[in-house]
Write a protein that binds this ligand. Structure first.
Ligand SMILES: Cc1cc2nc3c(=O)[nH]c(=O)nc-3n(C[C@H](O)[C@H](O)[C@H](O)COP(=O)(O)O)c2cc1C
Length: 317
């Protein structure tokens, strides 16, 4: 892989800035034989919870204009099976691509149990903490409750010295506030963003298309929101940000990088073309060459704006 693609972050070297996003690449093995997985920057596993989860009733996915809706319900094998059945494959087959384990819980204790249970294991770099899950205490999402989020990040920081990356929900008035809470409580990085809430209605049956009624919207339709929220998060804190949302091409990924992302993740696009992430990283390399830029790191946060363009409140029209 081209040397200019590597990024030094989270105490290690990612050979490229492109990772596969959580929930869209299983536990890695699902992509074996389809793409040269070990040539990517890395991958983020499906969410891992303390107990196995069966997920939501069907339908769990459907196409939307410019993307898809999903309400999988965080179906996963649970911590024990992840350690016994999934992690060994990642350990044995990925020498260069970095693995982040996506973690989910209903309470702070549940998140902490997953991190504590995994921490001594080998085969992964660190954690991506998915805070888009209802917390039992208040019923809101950890990611929309400032106090609960701060408490969670501080607790997980005490459980592990590995990279702790918090994956934020876009569903807040100012993502910068949540970015700062994560940084102040010891997070090493942020992932922006998770899916947007949405729904589809089957007008003949007068029923929701998705079994769970509502779901998360992903894919190209969310690209501009993801770029904006990544920019907002990156300028609100000093920890590295991973940009996610609707990336299909190198141009899309470069928008995130100029907005301030150190790494990017590809989700829904892999369902259309399993090799999308490979194409994106090749395209970034071609862009560096054509622009005479030596290293992708030079482009991070390189967006040029006028001083007055603060972008604090989105302009209406
Ligand atoms: C089918 C599906 C399952 C997902 N599962 C998870 C998950 O388990 N944990 C998580 O943090 N994000 C999950 N996501 C969100 C993605 O990782 C990503 O943040 C989102 O889809 C936006 O990126 P994209 O537009 O490139 O897909 C899931 C997305 C999809 C489409």
């Amino acid at each position: 892989m081209v040397s200019g693609l590597s990024q030094s972050v989270f105490g290690t070297e990612f050979q490229t800035p492109v990772l596969l996003a959580s929930g869209t690449c299983g536990y890695g093995r699902e992509y074996a034989g389809l793409i040269p997985l070990d040539e990517l920057g890395g991958l983020v596993t499906k969410a891992v919870s303390v107990e196995p989860r069966t997920g939501n009733p069907p339908h769990r996915v459907a196409e939307t204009p410019g993307g898809m809706i999903n309400a999988i319900g965080l179906e996963n094998v649970g911590l024990d099976a992840f350690i016994e059945e999934k992690l060994p494959w990642l350990r044995e087959n990925l020498a260069r691509a970095k693995v982040l384990v996506n973690v989910i819980g209903r309470t702070t204790d549940e998140y902490a149990a997953v991190v504590a249970g995994l921490d001594e294991e080998e085969g992964f770099l660190g954690y991506e903490i998915n805070v888009s899950c209802p917390n039992v205490r208040g019923g809101t999402l950890f990611g929309t409750d400032e106090a609960a989020l701060g408490e969670l990040v501080a607790r997980l920081r005490r459980e592990s010295e590995r990279p702790l990356i918090v994956k934020l929900t876009p569903n807040v008035p100012d993502i910068g506030v949540y970015a700062r809470i994560c940084e102040e409580n010891g997070a090493d990085g942020l992932s922006t963003i998770n899916t947007f809430p949405g729904m589809l209605i089957d007008i003949r049956r007068r029923r929701p298309v998705i079994g769970n009624v509502s779901g998360g919207i992903s894919g190209p339709a969310i690209l501009p929101m993801g770029v904006y929220l990544t920019w907002r998060a990156a300028r609100s804190c000093s920890i590295p940000v991973i940009g996610i949302g609707g990336i299909r091409s190198a141009d899309d990924a470069l928008q995130y990088i100029l907005a301030g992302a150190t790494l990017v993740q590809i989700g829904t696009s892999s369902f259309v073309d399993p090799a999308a992430a490979v194409t994106v990283q090749q395209g970034i390399a071609a862009f560096l060459e054509s622009e005479g830029v030596e290293a992708v790191s030079e482009l991070v946060g390189g967006l040029r704006t006028s001083d007055s363009a603060e972008g604090s409140a989105p302009a209406q029209g």
